[in-house]
Design a protein around this ligand. Structure first.
Ligand code: NAD
Ligand code: ZN
Ligand code: ZN
Length: 348
């Protein structure tokens, strides 16, 4: 079968022929219906090197996957061939206290996981191929009625990651509050929709690209602005001087972290999602009082079920551009160049 593989660090991916996987006991092979192209893959290609993450190329890209059950390994029950499924992407050990409640992202026994801290497309072979080996049937979530694999694929990361970030800050997203979304790309444009669908917070969106700001407005953002020198002042003015209760930074660069902390409201949250390589100095007078600052990684399996439900009910709907496997490199180039809106999904 054909697969888009990352051959090495600091490399472009290559479309090559690889053997079709066979499921071992407890495993499932899915026929891939859609595999999203995430900006994290660009970090894998251009920014990371040995030691940046606990795994190494070569492996097939694609950590945002959905498809149809193709072949069941011995002992797998509860799934049928041809059934549409989404793949929960982080693959932990399955038996530690975190994995048992579906929080494989923070597996406490990574040495016993199929790959430490990753999954298909992140250390192991991912979904940018005709077939994907899923090492444990528990990672498959049946698609609810109304959601096909192309629509579901981005929900497994571009949906799940902002959903988790929003959900952990829900107590601060009261009706008179403001959420600031920085970076309205694949994740951020779904983040705006999740905020609108699940909270009554006012949403302000910031991006360097006018297209992205237009997309944010289309999905209900109340105010959109470029990160110009007056951005912080405008955000303060729009919030009656209080600032943003919750800042979701989907970029994570020095400039966005600086903007985020400068407009965070006291007692607020500043959540860093983007791997932009920025640093945020924290000091007594440098950060508003009682602002909680955290990084987040992906989301939990129960949260994926909730995100798929939101998608199936039409409450969130990622903007998708589809590409064939032979166009996947071009999709990544468009993502890198900032000419894509929403999410690119590879349909093998
Ligand atoms: P994307 O390229 O689709 O979107 C990024 C958006 O940020 C673009 O719209 C871009 O114009 C905008 N942007 C870039 N620089 C900006 C700046 N200085 N100010 C304002 N806006 C700016 O990327 P994506 O796939 O949505 O991923 C976003 C980030 O999140 C990446 O760093 C990715 O690696 C990371 N990510 C993290 C997790 C996690 O679990 N923490 C999961 C998935 C992706
Ligand atoms: Zn991702
Ligand atoms: Zn575990």
């Amino acid at each position: 079968m054909r697969a888009l593989r990352l051959p090495n660090w600091k490399s472009e991916p290559e479309l090559v022929e690889v053997p079709r996987p066979e499921p071992g006991p407890g495993q499932v092979v899915i026929k891939v219906g859609g595999a999203g192209a995430c900006h994290s893959d660009l970090h894998l290609m251009h920014d990371f090197e040995a030691g940046s993450v606990p795994w190494n190329p070569p492996f097939t890209l694609g950590h945002e996957n959905a498809g149809w059950v193709h072949a069941l390994g011995a002992g797998v029950t509860g799934l049928t061939e041809g059934q549409p499924v989404a793949v929960y992407g982080p693959w932990g050990c399955g038996s530690c206290a975190r994995c048992r409640v579906g929080v494989d992202t923070y597996c406490e026994n990574p040495a016993a996981a199929p790959v430490p801290g990753g999954g298909g497309g992140l250390g192991l072979d991912g979904g940018m191929a005709e077939y994907l080996l899923v090492p444990d049937a528990r990672h498959l979530v049946p698609l609810p009625e109304g959601l096909d694999p192309v629509a579901a694929a981005p929900l497994t990361d571009a949906g799940l990651t902002p959903y988790h970030a929003v959900r952990r800050s829900l107590p601060k997203l009261l009706p008179d509050s403001t959420a600031l979304v920085i970076g309205v790309g694949g994740l951020g444009h779904v983040g705006v929709q999740i905020l609108k669908a699940t909270t009554a917070a006012r949403v302000i969106a910031v991006d360097t690209r006018d297209d992205a700001l237009a997309l944010a407005r289309q999905y209900g953002a109340d105010l959109t602005l470029r990160p110009d020198s007056d951005a912080a002042e405008r955000i303060r003015a729009a919030t009656g001087g209080r600032g943003a209760d919750v800042v979701l930074d989907f970029v994570g660069a020095d400039a966005t972290l600086k903007l985020g902390v400068s407009v965070a409201r006291t007692l607020g949250d500043l959540t860093i999602v983007g791997l932009g390589g920025g640093t945020l100095p924290v000091s007594f007078f440098g950060v508003p009082y009682e602002v909680s600052i955290q990084t987040v990684y992906w989301g939990s399996r129960p949260e994926l079920i909730e995100v798929l439900d939101l998608g199936a009910r039409g409450l969130i709907k990622p903007k998708i551009t589809t590409f064939g496997l032979d166009q996947a490199v071009d999709a990544y180039h468009q993502l890198r160049d900032g000419t894509l809106e929403g999410r690119a999904v590879i349909v093998p």
